[in-house]
Design a protein around this ligand. Structure first.
Ligand code: ZN
Length: 198
């Protein structure tokens, strides 16, 4: 539609999740009209996140060094791991202030329709972490939708011979939804009311 650089920007923005063609156009013209220093800050932030941020070697959360802030924190309890799908879910659980243990980020959920199987997720790494015998409870906090439930069931089955307490967040979370969209109170209650699955 447009020529050259502005169309390139619209196309790039249009590849971002949740950004439709109209929003891409609106953002592109906002950038065009913005103060040059604001645009430089945005460009720097984009570059820096790719340069600096990686995934924690232990839990798979986002990190700026080998280990994330939570894995590196000696005040967190070592006997409980909360298993989530994505780093954004770590933030959702942290916001509840109900949980002081460690995390394990799977990097998605089992989704055969889209070709995602257990081997595509960090399940093997979870089993390795559980091998040291320090962990007593695993809380499975995958999304309350079909893929999240399938993933929870699979993990619970894998863990059942290990003699750990495995629990799943209580109902009350909006079914079919995404953990990150649950409000803090609902998610906090779901945590408190978690039920043992094996
Ligand atoms: Zn970590």
């Amino acid at each position: 539609m447009y020529d050259g650089a502005i169309q390139d920007l619209i196309d790039e923005l249009g590849h971002l999740p949740g950004v439709g063609p109209k929003s891409a156009q609106r953002i592109a013209f906002h950038v065009l009209a913005a103060d040059p220093s604001d645009v430089t800050r945005l460009a720097d932030a984009l570059r820096t996140v790719k340069d600096k941020v990686r995934f924690c070697a232990t839990c798979g959360n986002v990190a700026e060094s080998d280990q994330c802030r939570i894995c590196a924190d000696p005040r967190r309890s070592d006997d409980v791991i909360c298993v989530v799908e994505e780093p954004k879910d770590v933030m959702a659980v942290e916001r509840t202030r109900e949980y002081r243990g460690r995390y394990h980020v799977l990097g998605g959920a089992i989704d055969p329709m889209n070709g995602v199987g257990p081997d595509d997720l960090r399940i093997r790494q979870l089993l390795t972490r559980l091998g040291d015998g320090k962990i007593e409870e695993v809380i499975i906090a995958t999304d309350p939708n079909i893929e999240g439930e399938a993933t929870a069931t699979y993990i619970a089955r894998m863990l059942s011979p290990m003699g750990l307490t495995v629990s799943r967040l209580a109902s009350g979370l909006p079914v079919g939804g995404d953990l990150e969209y649950a409000d803090e109170v609902t998610l906090g209650r779901a945590f408190e009311g978690r039920r043992t699955v094996s």
